[in-house]
Ligand binder design. Structure first.
Ligand code: LLP
Length: 407
């Protein structure tokens, strides 16, 4: 059962002070999730990477780094943010897909390991960064994910190198003096089934046997978080046992097994649960027999329901025990798809009441936009001592003009 980590009074106070809507993150929960993920890698020389894209707020990045996480990044901008937050180049993996030689060079020049995921991209790396070190993202044909749009391996995706192209990848690398020091993979978002993950890991280990000098194996992620009250928590003990089996196999069977570092990319597991999105109820209306709760949380603030039909628990603080009715909760964007929850059994709030969307710390703010010229909200960290720290200010109308040449 997911819970609000703030009281109704605190929520009203924060909305008053920092504006509505507002992303809030609980530092204690963030640190707990980092530690849980480190605890499942209970083997020597192993690292958990934080998928920077899930939440790139500098404070969040810094806290994850204080908790000794590495970083997996998907763009030079994310690399830049990770470096700014204090991650060292050797702690960053650049997992790119369809990028230019300039992007690769930006990372290679800073000694950041680049993961290559096609023959074509290995040719680009060979041309632009001869002598570089590289990892290869392998597509072991196992895909997983909470929605077809976020399955990141398997026969129907653009990601990774099919095993049959690995010889060619190696030939191009050898000719350019590129050392393949790592193999990585990522089967999809919100993986719930450790069996699928382990099966994919074993194919990656089989492939690793062809690379005797390998230094790192990254089994990717990302691990599921409960979005619905009835969703199961990730079985941390089962995950720990699985990584132990993976480590046993690598260390026993690979020629460099004892020196290979094992990595995992739990993705949203790190930042999803610590984040709650607060907003305000602005209208309650009936339309042709349906009740609509109108809020200031449009899909410009939280895109996941609109993009993936994603489910987030919704709470109207102070009304938890109220009588429930099927309602549709909508935002304030001028599109009929701007709906947070359809026909959901919820209590009926009043105009001016707060609303809270749970498990919103991953892919929330990061996927927000200024569509309809709505301003992006502020982000606040609830520190371990309970105090609230503004970690990103709310946008202003001036920010809407910031990229124009007004001379
Ligand atoms: N590592 C790699 C190489 C990835 O491609 C991804 C996700 C992750 C790590 C993180 O895994 P995740 O947090 O998704 O479990 N915007 C979508 C998620 C897209 C993620 C795709 N790749 C959402 O809101 O669900």
């Amino acid at each position: 059962m997911q819970k609000l980590f703030l009281t109704e009074k605190e929520i009203r106070g924060l909305l008053e002070k920092f504006g509505s809507p507002l992303y809030v993150y609980d530092e204690q929960i963030l640190r707990k999730c980092c530690r849980e993920m480190r605890s499942i890698l209970d083997v020597p020389n192993a690292h958990v990477s934080y998928s920077v894209k899930a939440n790139t707020n500098l404070r969040v990045l810094q806290i994850a780094h204080e908790e000794q996480l590495y970083a997996d990044t998907m763009s030079p901008g994310e690399v830049f943010m990770a470096l700014k937050a204090g991650y060292k180049p050797h702690e960053i993996l650049y997992v790119c897909n369809n990028v230019s030689g300039e992007e690769m060079k930006y990372c290679a020049d800073q000694d950041i390991l680049i993961s290559i995921d096609s023959v074509s991209q290995m040719e680009t790396l060979a041309r632009t960064c001869p002598g570089a070190r590289a990892s290869v993202r392998v597509n072991t044909e196992f895909g997983d994910g909470h929605h077809e749009k976020v399955v990141t391996a398997g026969k129907k995706t653009k990601f990774g190198v099919e095993l049959r192209f690995m010889d060619e990848i190696r030939r191009i690398a050898d000719e350019a003096g590129i050392r393949i020091v790592g193999l990585n993979q990522h089967i999809g978002s919100s993986v719930k089934d450790p069996g699928n993950y382990e099966a994919a890991a074993n194919v990656l280990i089989d492939e690793a046997m062809h690379f005797p000098d390998l230094e790192m194996l990254d089994f990717g992620g990302g691990f599921a978080v409960p979005y619905r009250d009835e969703d199961q928590e990730l079985d941390l003990d089962a995950m720990r046992a699985m990584f132990r089996r993976i480590w046993d196999r690598v260390s026993a069977e690979h020629p460099n097994g004892k020196n290979i570092s094992l990595h995992t990319e739990p993705g949203r597991y790190i930042s999803a649960a610590c984040g709650q999105l607060l907003g305000t109820v602005e209208a309650v209306k009936e339309n042709f027999g349906k009740t609509y709760i109108g809020t200031d949380i449009g899909f410009n603030v939280l895109a996941r329901p609109m993009l993936y039909d994603a489910y987030h628990e919704i709470v109207f603080p102070g009304h938890e025990d109220g009588e429930k009715k099927a309602v549709t909760v909508a935002g304030n964007i001028c599109e009929s798809g701007d709906v947070l929850a359809k026909d959901r059994l919820l209590p009926i709030p009043e105009v001016g009441d707060p609303i809270a969307i749970l498990t919103a710390g991953a892919y929330g703010y990061m996927m927000s936009s200024t569509y309809n010229c709505r301003l992006r909200p502020a982000e606040v960290l609830i520190r371990q001592d309970g105090s609230a720290e503004l970690i990103r200010r709310r946008e202003t109308f001036e920010d809407l003009l910031a990229t124009f040449n007004l001379d």
